[in-house]
Ligand binder design. Sequence first.
Ligand code: ADP
Ligand code: ZN
Ligand code: ZN
Length: 724
Amino acid sequence: MPIVRVALDVPLPTLFDYTVDDVVVAGQRVIVPFRNRQLLGVVMECAAGSELASVKIKPVLRILRDCEPISSKLLILLQFCSDYYHYPIGQTVMSSLPARMRADKPISVKHEFHYRLLNSAPHVDHIPKRKTAARNIVATLALHSCTLQQLKTLTASAATQLKWLSEAGWVESFEVNPHEVEPCSHRFANAHKLTNEQQQVVDAVTRASGYCCFLLHGITGSGKTEVYVHLIDRALRAGGQVLLLVPEINLTPQLEHYFLSRFPVATLVSLHSGLSENERLHHWQQAQTGMAQIVLGTRLSVFAELPRLSLIIVDEEHDSSFKQQDGLRYSARDVAIFRANQCGVPIVLGSATPSLESYHNALTGRYAMLKLTGRALADANLPEIKFVYTKQTVMVDGISEVLLREIANRIAKGEQSLLFINRRGYAPVLMCTECGWLSDCKNCAGKMVLHTKDQRLRCHHCGWQIRVPTLCPECGHPELLPVGSGTQRVESILTDRFPDARILRVDRDSTRNKRAWEVMRSKITANEVDIMVGTQMLAKGHDFPALTLVGVLNPDSALYSSDFRAAEKLFAQLMQVSGRAGRADKPGQVLIQTEFPDHPMYLCLQQHDFEGWAASQLAEREMADFPPFAFQAMLRAEGLVEADVYAYLNRAKLAGAKLNHPVEIFGVVPASLARRANYVRAQLLIQANSRRVLQQFLRVWQPGLADLASNKLRCSLDIDPLEF
Ligand code: ADP
Ligand code: ZN
Ligand code: ZN
């Protein structure tokens, strides 16, 4: 009897054999018995026979024929991920699918409806001028049939308009056969004439036949987005699908709206964690049928089925949110590159501050380097960056007089200021002035952060919280002092200093509510805010025309961090946040408060010199034998008993050493947060001078690891880790 090999959501590195008495193809979903349960699985292979004794093989219970099978291309991609990240194949496959497709129930396929103009419809000129919305819709439908979603980008009242247009017998809806989607012949909206530099970039990518990885290094405001729009347009006109990957930040809906407005007649779907399960399934299916021409998504969308994929764009490619930090610890950027190669299509990695990995690959010719060196708008200059030497300046509760004066200046001129501090809460720790007691978390090796709004001490690692004590819990002393600053404290200092200013704090606490950020953003754009205080949420990709001053409070700690990537991240963040200042016709200014104004990183930043900074970092990395000159894997373990954690990692280290591979196995060390939610955490780093050598080692070493651990430990292997 024919056999199918099925991927199941179980932590075992194998496929499972079942018999079938019906026609099945790879990629089909099936329901099978497993131990005492029924599980949904994906058929990875069909075979004539099994190595198992036939009495042991159970039959497939049910074959789901509710949607197209997963393509063999995607199955190969998933197999690659499972091999490369050393993660069980079944869990790899399952974690790539929308939840609805992993459930053991059939899914329903949502039908797609389009609207089109009927012959009976009058010419747009014959519709009264005052019916602007209806005229817009009719004019658009005259060019191309559209979905309701597309028409909603033209006018908010699209649904009502369509109702009466249908009743008048001028418009009808029809069900679309996804295989008959017309290629999009209509040009995108509001095109700018490209600058010479932009045109060269577009030409270079367009010339690529087949796979090529481009690194688009363009300063903030250089018009990378405009380049994407032109490239997407070409791909759509050739009948292709485009995958646009963006970081996991609250910008996604905004970007979606922006691209919808640029491509009013294309079908764009988003894929990100903010969607409901039904939406995610529906969008995934639209990608799968080829209906969706543009898929805009965060890292998980790299696994979307895209039968006519013809271009991949990774925006802000340096962003660490492309790396998944649990389960299948993949880098969506790296998987995207593999995928582009597999499909023989170009991929563009865009950033103002590329990751050193990508930049190094572009310097050495593995990727093609493309540059945008000037701002797209002729009169938009890069901001002037200055430093405030905190040791020689009058400081008011951590904010320098100079900065406060500049803020006052902006308020007087009706311009906006942004104070950037990467710490939420009021103060990062509370201290007793008598005995030195600190607000340690009882569960973690970290401190509890003071939140004054609700008078709580809260641990940002495990969520544990208590009321702020009035007396020192150690010695009973009544004076407890907040040490250091967070966004709330900066907000309150500013409120004291500028009682009439409109101050807005933007951090994870103030934007917990889904709509909150939307409301805040529209206030900022309407210039109803004078000063913003925010964390990195405010650093990325926003365009606030009235913002002319950015102050950065105390970013120094990253310069002396034990994480060798901390300085790279800080540079990128400061470039980003500086890029917020003066994007329109008003010049921008950036003031950075620091104890080390002569640090080489700050000097490069002042010159807007990414190249110089990257060159010095790369030289340091090469000397120290760090990535991108070395390839790493991190084995992590955590458990309630410290001795178990260390014993396991030491056994793993010993087992690795015995294999005699040309890899370097470092010592077992505590994780940077050595205890979290009562779990002791430690790690073991493996390093090699080539990816191939590292993978060869992992292939023999990894399968034995499970036997070394007691089942009380949580262990994981992280390939190309970003967190140390
Ligand atoms: P980036 O993504 O590199 O930060 P954007 O694409 O957002 O830059 O462009 C910055 C600004 O310049 C935007 O307001 C955009 O509309 C404008 N812009 C981009 N390209 C052009 C062009 N060729 N001509 C005129 N304006 C442009
Ligand atoms: Zn005390
Ligand atoms: Zn904690």
